[in-house]
Write a new protein. Structure first.
Length: 331
């Protein structure tokens, strides 16, 4: 059997056993046919623990489907020919649409890397309206979702009212331009000494405004969390267009300085999280509503940056995400 597997590796039918050894979860949606898809299918075929959509709501519908193309775009998908389309209409009332991955304790480890390719469409009948704080993008939990057992949550924001810049630099609403912002106010204590007021000391925004999520392009969003040290939690994110170098836009490391002011971030214990829901609530936190047309591809959760997809110019990982062979049987 070992010789047979080695032969299949040599032919390129099977990937070497060491490939993606530290990938915890990945999905490039190539297992799905284009069109409407049920949550039951996403759970049984793609391996998600839970899925949510509300397509029948009258005023705030949300839906998930599988797309083979994007209106107005001729840009190839990051990998293959499929992506997950998420529509969330939260203009007047909150709505939810997304998928959840989960496992046992520290399924999302204390030191975790994750990445997704995200396309926000603003064309034709898919006109995105991103208002104030549009959505919760990555929502980890150390218990059942929704929760208050997480060390952080990553949301998007149209203005930079989060520290360290605390200013508005984009039109509100925008047509899909969004910053990344983080909340720590679940468990643990983050404090930036340069906050404009005490209540803003734990509002962790982009530490660089040189890149952001932009409409009508594939945005590669890569993040890293490190909760292995109770006295110095860390959170980083990078953004960039597919095929170009990623820009380090968010860096909050406990025990360092940010814009010349001390930053501390302590947590009650060194641990990870048992699940992550993504994307999530629209709008986030009772803010002015948004209507978002989004496409996602190549979601990865891993323990190493090197196991994240690399698209020629993006640092880290293999260029092509591995795809399991179909119909292959080894005896």
């Amino acid at each position: 059997m070992i010789l047979q597997m080695a032969w299949l590796v040599a032919l390129g039918v099977l990937a070497p056993l060491s490939v993606s050894a530290t990938v915890i979860f990945s999905d490039n949606f190539e297992a799905n046919s284009a069109g409407d898809i049920t949550c039951a299918t996403l759970e049984s075929t793609n391996g998600y623990t839970f899925c949510r959509e509300e397509p029948d709501r009258a005023t705030n519908p949300s839906s998930i489907s599988i797309a083979a193309s994007i209106p107005g775009s001729n840009v190839p998908f990051p990998s293959g020919s499929r992506a997950m389309r998420v529509f969330s209409d939260g203009l007047t009332l909150q709505t939810d649409a997304g998928v959840l991955i989960s496992g046992s304790n520290n399924y999302m480890p204390a030191n975790a890397w994750w990445q997704v390719a995200m396309y926000v469409n603003n064309f034709g009948n898919e006109v995105t309206i991103a208002n104030t704080r549009p959505m919760k993008l990555f929502y980890p939990c150390n218990g059942e979702y929704p929760c208050q057992t997480n060390y952080f949550m990553i949301q998007t924001s149209v203005n930079t009212s989060y520290e360290p810049f605390n200013s508005n630099t984009l039109p509100v609403p925008s047509n899909g331009d969004m910053w990344l912002v983080a909340r720590d106010n679940m468990q643990g204590t983050a404090n930036w000494a340069g906050a404009s007021e005490p209540g803003n000391a734990d509002k962790l925004g982009q530490t660089s405004l040189s890149e952001r999520i932009r409409p009508n392009r594939w945005n590669i969003i890569r993040c890293h969390s490190d909760f292995t040290n109770t006295s110095s939690a860390k959170l980083d994110c990078w953004i960039g267009p597919k095929g170009s170098a990623l820009t380090h836009v968010l860096r909050w490391h406990g025990g360092t300085t940010v814009q010349g002011y001390a930053f501390t971030w302590t947590i009650p214990q060194a641990r990870g999280h048992v699940q992550m829901f993504w994307p999530s609530t629209v709008p986030a936190g009772g803010t002015t509503g948004s209507r978002l047309y989004m496409y996602f591809d190549d979601f990865y959760l891993a323990t190493s940056e090197s196991d994240l997809p690399n698209y020629s110019g993006n640092p880290g990982g293999d260029v092509t995400p591995p795809v399991a062979p179909v119909g292959l049987r080894i005896q």
